[in-house]
Design a protein around this ligand. Sequence first.
Ligand code: 13P
Ligand code: SF4
Length: 333
Amino acid sequence: MINFLKDIFTYVILIFNDKTVVKADVNAGGEMKDKIKKILELKKEKGAAILAHYYVNDEVQEIADYVGDSYYLSEIAQRLDEKVIVMCGVFFMGESVKILNPEKTVLVPDENVDCPMAHMADIDKVKEVREKYEDVAVVCYVNSTAELKAASDICVTSANALKIVKKLPNKNIYFIPDEHLGRYVASQIPKKNFIFNNGCCYVHAAVTKEDVEKIKEKHPNTEILVHPECRKEIADMGDYVGSTSGILKYAEKSQKEEFMICTEVGIMYELKKNNPNKKFYSPAKEMICSNMKKIDLDKIIKVLETNEPQVHLDSKFIESANKSLEKMLELAK
Ligand code: 13P
Ligand code: SF4
């Protein structure tokens, strides 16, 4: 662990637009140095850009050209000149990049890194709801398969769900697949009628009121920052509720010095980097997305060396899924 940290901190990686400049400490040694060097060489050779979600391992965030939340990642890929994108996140994130950029080669370091919630809605139920409510808008959280996106009217992320649903003219909203994000959005827009789906994220939904109370008791001055994938009772306790990028912005602006972060622990890397004098607590030990953590530097080297695995999509979903995502990007502006 000490060696790992030493290796990480002997590098200062400066990111200027699409160029990554690495200043290596000439005295630094170790495996990490070789792996980073290899990734940079391969990236240059292939003309690739590396994107990473805030929940992946620290060293992956460190070598990525662009790190962000789901919204940022789906949006940035369209603005890049690189024809090869390595998406370090769960599989649906690679799919979203491919749907929006079908001409680009989208590589995923591990194709088995899946998000269980992405599958937690049912196409037949979507059809049923459409028959029952004539004016319904099927709103699909991006944490979903390409098939679900294709069956929906519009996609949202946790960063823009509220803004987008408010803009929709429809009275009835069928929100899939995350029940908790759906309920949070519904609580902010009481005029609309929401139909919820029985899906959730096992990482966020596991946090209990008691977990939060325990930390608050120990650190009474802490502000509680909550991702809306958490259950309503946790969102109700929050001083702020928002996406990972929203939590990052809030913590940076706040005058407070202590924060309880009710989302996946990977975000701590960016939080601590940007706020070295502030303290951050996790409400529970289990706030770890085991899927995101499966991505490592070795897998990034391998995917760049072999050009595999790539994201290939069923052509019957691409067009409709693209419409749902493009509509999101349009309304999120
Ligand atoms: P955001 O990146 O939209 O905050 O979503 C969190 C998440 O669970 C991604 O898998
Ligand atoms: Fe899916 Fe939850 Fe992991 Fe996000 S944190 S990728 S929603 S399992």
